[in-house]
Ligand binder design. Sequence first.
Ligand code: NI
Length: 163
Amino acid sequence: MAIRQIREMGDPILNKVSKVVTEITPRTKFLIDDMIETMYEADGVGLAAPQVGVLKRIVVIDTTGEDLLVLINPEIIESDGEQEGYEGCLSVPGKSGLVRRPNHVKVRALNEQMEPIEVEGEELLARALCHEIEHLDGHLYVEKVEGDLVDNSELMKSEEGEE
Ligand code: NI
């Protein structure tokens, strides 16, 4: 496995539409393993293949540190409720922004064996599923931010102030 370079906002690959995965080749397996390692190394809760420069519909998510999800060709098939919260992205380092998302989503995808699976998530997992799937269509959360992007250091200060 290897850590791959994370592409940052401004890199045109982040605005491209990723291709549907039709088979798992050894190359795809290496990609998935590298995405997992890269996400954990960067302390992220999710990573989409275009963020490491590969236009394939693959995302990895782990919102707790012990619930790794590998989703191939994921699609949101149900969403309801609403949540608003600060969101960040490994491709927009050091920043966060307030984004409204559904509080619950259901996703259909394939697993690493190309078997159909369904994943349901609430709160942070619902947010991560929406965020990562949007990367596959060339969208970044900054398009949806209400107000301005803030520096994470300021966000931490204001959270401390609330206590
Ligand atoms: Ni992201």
